[in-house]
Design a protein around this ligand. Sequence first.
Ligand SMILES: Nc1ncnc2c1ncn2[C@@H]1O[C@H](COP(=O)(O)OP(=O)(O)OP(=O)(O)O)[C@@H](O)[C@H]1O
Ligand SMILES: [Mg+2]
Length: 602
Amino acid sequence: MIYFWKIYARVLGLLGTQKSLAWRLSIANIALACALFFEPILFGKIIDELSKIANQTEDRIWESISPLLLLWIGFGLFTIVSSTLIALYSDRLAHSRRHAVMNDYVMHVLHLPMSQLSRTHSGKLMKVMTQGTDALWSLWLSFFREQLAAFVSLVVLMPLAFFINWQLASILMVLCVFFVLLTHSILRKTQKLQQQIENHHTEMATQASDTLSNIALVQSFTRIDAEAKSLSQISQRVLQAQFPILNWWAVVTVMTRCATSISIFCIILLGVWLYSHSLVSVGEIVTFLAFAGLVITRLDQSVSFINRLATEAPRLKDFFDVLDTTPEVKDKPDAIDPGRLVGLVEFKNVSFSYNANISAVNNLSFCLHPGQTLALVGTSGAGKSTALSLLYRAFDRKSGLITIDGHDIEHIKLKALRQNIGVVFQEPFLFNRSIAENLRIGSPDASDEALHEAASCAQALDFIMSQPDGFDTIIGEHGRTLSGGERQRLSLARVFLKNAPILILDEATSALDTPTETSLLKALEAVTQTRTTLVIAHRLSTIRNADVILVMENGKAVESGNFEELMAQSGVFAGMMQQQYGMPNKLNGSTFDRIDNEQLHQ
Ligand SMILES: Nc1ncnc2c1ncn2[C@@H]1O[C@H](COP(=O)(O)OP(=O)(O)OP(=O)(O)O)[C@@H](O)[C@H]1O
Ligand SMILES: [Mg+2]
């Protein structure tokens, strides 16, 4: 039970930023709930008045009843107007808070580092967000519409019922206690199952989103039936866990209905007995029955609220768990914003591992002066992308030191650090937005001329202009309406537009045909001359002019030097060259001079 109330307290706590409206609505609600108690009293009074004046003339009857009827009309109008206003404002409050909380959730998730996000599927994050905010919204609404009034009614009605007639009220009291014990035991029985259901729902959302985002794969590997079957298996698991809960709540419904009917029957029976002993008037019995009706309605509402809270609690727990995740990569309190950096990049004995057993980057050291180019080469999985992702703090190094312009990067504000680094990722991540919007993500204020220039520099202008709407063409999810090479050129163009002093190019030209790559490399040469550039390349021809080449194997740099030096070593790099271009292992100086890009592309 404490678990449920803790979650509920947090749900209400999220109304905090609109405290004053929430308080006003709560007070209006309490006032309305209290006003509703007068209805049965008024009702009883009219009956008593009628029985007193039963033998009087019609005029006399109307004279006595009219003030009570007018009071009832006034009271009815008041409750209609005030409940409409309360409903209107509580709807507005719940809607606006829902959007605000959704916004906070997205902001929070966007600030979580890749080290945490890569463990969670985006389908799950989406499901947790939509269902969590829906649950919040519906609980806020029912708090203002029903729960508060129900709670106040029960707290006020029960003593009032005892005040009117303690014998009859005792029956109601027994009914209340029965309801509380029943729901308490059902909650205990169903709590674990409810969490299981939610886990299955999450599994289903994750799997559905995974399947939908890989439709091409599913179709080409003829996996449609298999994927559908696996989804239906999850559905089966959901239903298997769901049915016992539904059964339990059906039992609750039957038992509460029976208890209610028995209670009303007992009230009438006891009422008749009390009346026959002149211990109660007919009006009092009528008032009491109306009271009992109110209490029972409120008890019903409370049970369905607890049912809803029990269903929503696991969703809300998942939602709060995401909100409570503290980012592993975050600004230190003394972090600085150094403005635009010059680009002196140094790695000193840097190590990193994704898990305790295997080291992804092992004792890596290099120093790169502003304007210089470093190339990382090596086998797939050697740790090249990981090493460079440490520079823009996708992950934080486990040991060693990474500095830019002498500042430890962990002491630079994350935003400032990332503004200084332009990254062309190994996968060209693109939004389902227009080409122009995709290009402007790093520099929203860039002019149209700058946009054209960056696109032209990335050899992208021709294909952009041939799109139906040019720069305004929407390119589909992950840029699906473009070719691989076109996507890659867009991701290069947006980095050119960002104009950061440090560039990371992770296989930036791997999807391009040779002529396009050659002209792009020429354009890149001009761009990289004034920037510190860190390149990862498998096609070794593209790193011919790098100032330093590091050859990585199993997270370690096994060779370093410039192209000529590495070739002269006849080591791993020279071996790679021979494999790729069939060149002699041992080359003399004059052979180097003859190696140019065109030869290497052969
Ligand atoms: N997010 C991650 N979580 C756990 N392990 C990871 C993660 N990303 C990469 N790895 C592992 O770390 C190692 C280094 O990966 P990395 O992507 O840095 O290699 P790479 O040298 O860039 O390879 P490639 O040339 O194929 O791109 C690999 O063994 C990979 O399986
Ligand atoms: Mg890589």
